[in-house]
Design a protein around this ligand. Structure first.
Ligand code: SF4
Length: 352
């Protein structure tokens, strides 16, 4: 098995874990499956029935040792702190992988009504469960980022947002948050993620606030797939995405702009790879990830959608990895964000 197919198989089937690899319940990223696999960050579903098992810090396939060390990412120390007004830091931002601080600055979305919501999205679930707050203030984020860098060696931060009703799609609040964080922790690279804003000038405002890279996530470039899986967001014409990507590349630079492409939404693999090629030509990094059923989403609870076969994830990742490598675009060359982290994708093992 190649490293790309192993990585794809793990992303689809997940791993079963024995104590003490799994930390105590609710204790942070290790429970979400954030591990170091052969020293590299990987976000893997924890699936008790998986054919892969982590035991004694090693990865086993049906009992056979695959020769890879697996270590859980330790619970970060900043999770034990809270703001002066009593909000636990871990409700404001979370550790992803080994050293990425991630936050959703606005945890609500104008598209969360049942007929508009992206069927794979659970943005308001964690809010309902009380594990996060609806709006993170710039001051809170600055405080948490400073602690996460000081106590846990965080090296980059990403800020995403639910979509707001304004023409900026939430960009202005993001810009205020980025400015506060970069003032508190000069030099911490911050990526922002948002829908294409109607007013493209806000992309420059985000860069001027201190953001160094940006994700404008389309998930699929196939309009049928978009309408089916993202009835609200899919109504934004692809032309608006293309305009936003072009302007973002002009403002942030080639390979500092990324988008998600999800394998397993029903798109033809050749179409997905052709879309990735178009993005790469534009200077946009296509972050290829498998669809994963997540509790609380319409896709899981209503549609009973399942993960794609791992051969498909491996094939698409490998073809897109070849295109990225031919173009000299590596996720690791992004200054911040998911492509820089890479834990949710098999692309970095496929040359991207
Ligand atoms: S790839 Fe993105 S979502 Fe996945 S662990 Fe890294 S930062 Fe988080």
């Amino acid at each position: 098995m190649t490293s790309t197919s192993l990585r794809a198989d793990l992303a689809v089937h997940g791993v079963a874990v024995d104590a003490p690899v799994r930390r105590r319940a609710g204790a942070g990223p290790s429970d979400d499956g954030h591990v170091l696999l052969g020293g590299v960050g990987a976000a893997l579903p924890i699936v008790p029935t998986s054919k892969y098992r982590v035991r004694g810090g090693r990865l086993l396939l049906e009992g056979a040792d695959l020769g890879l060390d697996v270590a859980p990412v330790a619970r970060p120390r900043f999770y034990d702190l809270e703001t002066a007004d009593g909000v636990p830091y871990e409700k404001i931002a979370r550790l992803h992988g080994r050293d990425v601080l991630a936050t959703t600055v606005v945890q609500t979305c104008i598209r969360y009504g049942e007929d508009e919501r992206c069927r794979f999205c659970a943005i308001e679930e964690s809010l309902r469960q009380g594990s996060t707050t609806a709006v993170k203030t710039p001051a809170q984020l600055a405080e948490v980022a400073a602690a996460a860098v000081r106590l846990d060696g965080v090296t980059q931060m990403l800020m995403t947002t639910g979509t707001s009703a304004g023409r900026d799609r939430g960009a202005r609040h993001l810009a205020r948050c980025v400015a506060a964080v970069t003032a508190a922790v000069p030099g911490l690279p911050v990526q922002v993620q948002l829908e294409p804003p109607a007013d493209l000038a806000v992309l420059t405002e985000l860069r001027d606030a201190g953001a160094v890279s940006i994700g404008i996530h389309v998930e699929s470039m196939d309009d049928d797939v978009r309408r089916r899986w993202m009835p609200g967001k899919g109504s934004v014409p692809m032309a608006e995405y293309r305009d936003a990507w072009r302007e973002a590349v002009r403002v942030f630079g080639r390979n500092q702009v990324s988008t998600y492409l999800i394998v397993g939404l029903g798109e033809e693999p050749d179409d997905l790879v052709a879309g990735a090629a178009e993005l790469i030509d534009m200077g946009v990094y296509p972050f290829v990830v498998p669809y994963r059923p997540i509790a609380g989403t319409l896709a899981t609870e209503v549609d009973r959608a399942t993960a794609p076969p791992s051969w498909l994830v491996a094939e698409v990742s490998s073809r897109v990895g070849d295109l990225l490598s031919a173009a000299g675009m590596r996720g690791a060359d992004q200054k911040a964000g998911c492509a820089a982290c890479g834990a949710c994708s098999a692309l970095s093992t496929a040359g991207g």
